[in-house]
Design a protein around this ligand. Structure first.
Ligand code: PMV
Length: 329
């Protein structure tokens, strides 16, 4: 019997400090602007891919149960991209589990497509460098290209498929920031980010947001490299508010915030005025990521826990890159 081609990989989600919102080209997921993120330690997706010539189609199990049809199709489409790269025709069984509770308010598409890409290419026997991995992960979910790398990561826009990938700005031990994720809702969002990217261009604010992105990217890059929290806080909050302003003014408009989202934004602003090293950023959902300087995290975590509407708080230090997990001996 010919042994099946199988491999398992692990990847962590990331929080965007400068956001990707809107595409220059949708199918290839070429972004309208560059972005910067921190990979989130302590959270991961583990995915096993097994190519099997006896399978008639791809199938996806999430935490052991068959995934909904939409997720199955998206994974099969991504496997087509990876098979084309690897020169492979076999269908695959994909078994994926998140270490964080599903519906914990952490977007899992970044870690999911980063882990899937690495596991599938490893199973296919393809040696790939991190630029190629990142570029291919991008095809599944834009932000997945950043989850291939650990620490602080920048995704260059690129003009073509070949040059749109992420690289590391600084390793995870460069700066011991903590992302406190204030989870206020588990309800899946009505409009996902793939559709949101398509709506971005309908906002009259998107062109200005994109035109100003190189300036914000430079400020964020510099703040990270210098470990300058005050400068980071200013640009991270500006960038997040600019993305949400675009969302709120798209046609149709997207409003991801809930009342506790605003309460947390106001609390974080008052804590910072009082001298705490904390700032807030929000992805495509109501939960608020509160980035803290190491010394501020314990107090902020306690205070967040008593804001009405906060269900729980996850504490994430900078995390590592996507990696292949070796089978148990
Ligand atoms: O990778 P996607 O298509 O899920 O888009 C991510 C969008 C944001 O999380 C809102 C911003 C970002 O850069 O991660």
């Amino acid at each position: 019997m010919i042994p099946l081609r199988t491999a398992t990989a692990e990847a962590s989600p990331n929080i965007a400090l400068i956001k990707y919102w809107g595409d220059a080209e949708h199918t290839l997921r070429l972004p309208a602007n560059g972005s910067i993120s921190m990979t989130l330690g302590g959270l991961s997706t583990v995915t096993r891919v097994t190519f099997d010539p006896s399978l008639e189609k791809d199938s996806l199990l999430l935490a052991g149960a068959p995934a909904p049809p939409g997720a199955q199709e998206r994974v099969a489409r991504h496997l087509d991209v990876l098979r084309a790269h690897a020169g492979l025709g076999e269908h695959a069984l994909v078994e994926s589990t998140n270490s964080f509770p599903s519906g914990a308010g952490i977007a899992s598409s970044a870690s999911a497509f980063a882990a899937l890409t690495l596991a599938a290419l490893t199973a296919a026997g393809c040696g790939v460098d991190s630029n190629t991995l990142s570029r291919l992960a991008r095809r599944g979910s834009g932000s997945a290209c950043r989850s291939i790398l650990g620490g602080f990561v920048e995704w260059q826009t690129g003009a073509l498929d070949a040059d749109s990938f992420a690289t590391q700005l600084a390793p995870r031990d460069h700066w011991a920031l903590i992302d406190l994720v204030a989870v206020i809702s588990h309800v899946p969002k009505a409009i996902g980010s793939t559709e949101g990217h398509r709506l971005a261009a309908t906002s009259p604010l998107q062109a200005a947001r994109v035109a100003d992105a190189p300036r914000r990217l430079a400020l964020c890059r510099e703040a990270i490299l210098q470990r300058d929290f005050a400068a980071l806080a200013e640009v991270v909050e500006l960038d997040s508010q600019m993305m949400h302003a675009v969302m709120m003014t798209s046609s149709p408009p997207l409003l991801y915030w809930m009342p506790p989202t605003v309460d947390i934004l106001q609390a974080v602003a008052s804590w910072r005025r009082a001298g705490k090293g904390v700032c807030a950023t929000i992805d495509a959902g109501p939960n608020v990521h509160c980035l803290c300087e190491p010394g501020a995290a314990a107090d902020v975590e306690r205070a967040l826990g008593s804001v009405p509407g906060v269900e729980h708080v996850l504490a994430c230090p900078p995390g590592g890159p996507a990696r292949v997990l070796l089978p148990a001996p």
